[in-house]
Design a protein around this ligand. Structure first.
Ligand code: CP3
Length: 348
């Protein structure tokens, strides 16, 4: 295969670049006035996700403003539960709400993994639009939630601080919980396959609540599903790199890429960049891990911490990113300061 030319693809292929490429989780979002304007035009967040023209527009906004090296499809991990039949809505200022899956009867009402595509057709259209419209040097990233993280929302019907309802269900009715995990694993594979066919050049798996799984549970509900999804996608699309984000996996970051087949692991900010260089980057590309609060506070601390991360990860493949999504109270000027710091030779 020809060597990739886009910076993100070069890093994902294992190249160590003099300056790491950059993108940012939730880079299209409420901290940007242009996002808020387009969201108002769409009416609400979900209408924005399902409107290919406006979802394309908000995906492009941070590319135009900052020239990030990657664009991430504008959508949400909770569109898959909705596509298999859960009700989904967002409560302003609070977050997502879903109809819950707690009994065998609830599960029996869900659709099959292959029945999601009519519902998700607008998302595939957004990917096709972006593949056409992005600048030549910008990489297009598709994504899905990991089965465990998506299941935590489907069981509880909302976000929870400790994912208690999902932990309870897997203890009380493991057959039901496992059936839900299998359905979500299959749906995630077919969803990401379709995104790749529509033009996504990289896909990312968000396991935001991996950190609440310990020991054998972590293996069974985070590592194994990631491995199954990655193996299935690689069989069909061997050249499409995959980023895994087992957030707050801690020690389990070590070897995660090797075990699952991921080309890159995204690192939250609970671990230091020095530790990552020593224990994770030895296996390949890493992405991360600036604390998102620096995008609110800015100043010297932002510059120093950005430089420290670039420096610590400079001897291996690295994609600069935050440790979690940027928050609505972030200052757009701080994002520019972060980018300038990385691109002006942040190791200095
Ligand atoms: O990164 C990107 O810019 C791509 C788009 C994207 C969104 N959500 C847009 C969004 C991605 C990749 C996600 C992933 C996602 N969604 C995750 C995993 C990553 C993470 O943050 O841990 C999770 C857990 C969700 C579920 C979700 N969506 C929650 C809990 C919320 C509410 C919290 C909040 O910030 O209000 C959302 C809403 C959401 N998803 C917004 C955006 C831009 C804000 C919606 C708005 O405009 O009101």
């Amino acid at each position: 295969m020809a060597k990739p030319t886009k910076k993100i693809l070069r890093s994902l292929a294992g190249e160590t670049l003099p300056t790491p490429p950059i993108w940012m989780m939730r880079q299209a979002g409420r901290y940007l006035p242009e996002y808020r304007a387009t969201r108002a035009q769409a009416g609400d967040f979900l209408s924005l996700c399902y409107n290919p023209e406006l979802a394309t527009e908000v995906t492009l906004q941070p590319i135009r403003r900052y020239g990030f090296d990657a664009a991430i499809l504008f959508a949400d991990i909770l569109l898959v539960p909705q596509a298999i039949g859960a009700d989904l809505w967002f409560v302003t200022g609070e977050g997502p709400r879903l109809s819950t899956i707690t009994t065998d009867a609830d599960f029996a009402k869900l659709k099959g993994a292959d029945d999601i595509h009519d519902h998700l057709a607008p998302i595939y259209q957004t990917v096709r639009n972006l593949a056409q419209e992005l600048p030549d040097e910008t990489t297009l990233i598709g994504f899905a939630g990991s089965p465990w993280t998506v299941a935590t929302y489907m069981v509880a019907g909302r976000g929870t601080p400790d994912q208690g309802p999902a932990h309870a269900l897997k203890a009380e009715n493991p057959a039901l919980f496992d059936a839900l995990m299998v359905r979500l694993t299959e749906a995630t594979i077919t969803y990401l396959d379709m995104q790749i066919q529509a033009g996504a050049e990289v896909v990312k798996l968000f396991d935001s609540w991996a950190g609440s799984l310990k020991g054998d549970d972590l293996r069974k509900y985070a590592i194994e599903p990631a491995k199954q999804i990655i193996t299935a996608l690689k069989a069909k699309h061997p050249n499409v790199p995959i980023i895994a984000f087992p957030r707050e996996a801690g020690q389990a970051y070590v070897g995660f890429a090797k075990t699952t087949g991921a080309d890159c692991v995204a690192i939250d900010n609970s671990v230091s960049a020095e530790w990552v260089a020593k224990h994770v980057q030895v296996d390949g590309c890493v992405q991360g891990n600036l604390k998102s609060s620096h995008m609110v506070t800015g100043g010297r601390a932002l510059v120093d911490e950005t430089r420290a991360i670039v420096d610590a990860l400079s001897s291996g493949p690295h994609i600069f990113n935050l440790g979690h999504g940027i928050t609505p109270d972030a200052d757009p000027e701080n994002v520019q300061l972060m980018i300038d710091t990385v691109r002006s030779g942040g190791a200095g």
